[in-house]
Write a protein that binds this ligand. Structure first.
Ligand code: ARG
Length: 292
């Protein structure tokens, strides 16, 4: 196993001591049987067509699954041939309570995933809320719940449409803040923005336009906002899975890890190079199913 668990002091608030909290999270994943880079729909995929080391991708995915399984129950959806990006279950849809909204993918290369994810939601106790036919929306890749206040952060600009945030507000009856993504390498909100327990946030400011940066500054207190530098952003430090104050991510500088530890989080580095070639990291490979 090459999971590197960063050494960190046990948080003094007791949050890190309970191995299994009462409300254990449930996470949807999809094994990388058919994973590969077969087309190019984001800048990370450029030059990586046919260049995935399959055996390594399987080992990396297994490592992530095992690491996350210590803190959550993992549920699997069956991988499908010719849908190489189906491993990125964050894009299946968005779950809130026992209702889900299924994704409407922008690119035809991924639209074939929609029916499998819809079926999965319907057969597993998540009735689908109707979503407007004409609005692209790529699920929990672009819509993230704040972990400190009742609020949905909704990203648009590359994949999801600008009208998606208003649709979230109508469907979920929660305040929504729309954020415009402007850097093509950070084409989904979860590639550059990660709300953390206690209202903390790690994000890459350069991925957003000025108006969106101002909205973030107005809604998250300065001491809770961790802005990452490009060095961290490009190793997908913001594409993180947060569970029980552990933060699973592909990579993070020592400086960022230190900042996270100072806020009582434990960074856990889980290398995911093969998935990065497709433009995805730890968070993209997971979908939280217990969200409220
Ligand atoms: N190759 C996939 C795509 O371009 C990667 C998806 C990454 N998922 C995410 N939630 N950011 O759609």
């Amino acid at each position: 196993m090459n999971i590197h668990v960063a050494t960190a002091p046990v948080p003094q608030n007791g949050a890190g001591t309970a191995a299994v909290p009462n409300s254990r999270q449930k996470i949807l994943m999809c094994a990388p049987d058919h994973f590969g880079v077969n087309y190019v729909i984001n800048p990370w995929m450029l030059g990586n067509r046919g260049r995935i080391n399959h055996a390594l991708s399987v080992r990396q995915w297994n490592n992530l699954r095992d690491a996350v399984a210590a803190h959550a129950e993992i549920t699997l959806i069956e991988p499908q041939p010719n849908l190489p990006d189906m491993v990125f279950t964050a894009n299946a849809g968005m779950v809130l309570g026992n209702v889900a909204v299924a994704s409407r993918f922008r690119y035809s290369a991924r639209q074939g995933e929609e029916r499998f994810f819809c079926q999965w939601f319907e057969h597993n106790g998540f009735p689908l809320a109707p979503w407007p036919e004409d609005i692209f929306f790529e699920g929990a890749g672009d819509a993230l719940l704040d972990r400190g206040q009742p609020l949905i952060w909704s990203g648009f600009g590359f994949r999801s449409d600008e009208t998606a945030p208003a649709a979230h507000e109508r469907i979920f009856k929660l305040p929504v803040i729309g954020l415009r993504l402007v850097n093509p390498r950070f084409y989904h909100l979860d590639t550059c923005f990660c709300p953390l327990e206690g209202g903390y946030l790690i994000y890459y400011p350069e991925a957003f336009d000025a108006a969106s940066r101002a909205k973030i500054a107005a809604s998250v207190a300065p001491e809770k906002r961790v802005a990452v530098a490009k060095e961290d952003a490009v190793q997908y430090a913001c594409n993180a899975v947060d569970l029980d104050r552990h933060i699973f991510l592909n990579g993070a500088s020592e400086e960022l890890q230190e900042k996270l530890r100072a806020a009582s989080f434990t960074p856990v580095i889980v290398p995911l190079s093969e998935f990065m070639r497709a433009g995805g990291g730890a968070k993209c490979l997971t979908l939280k199913l217990k969200e409220s």
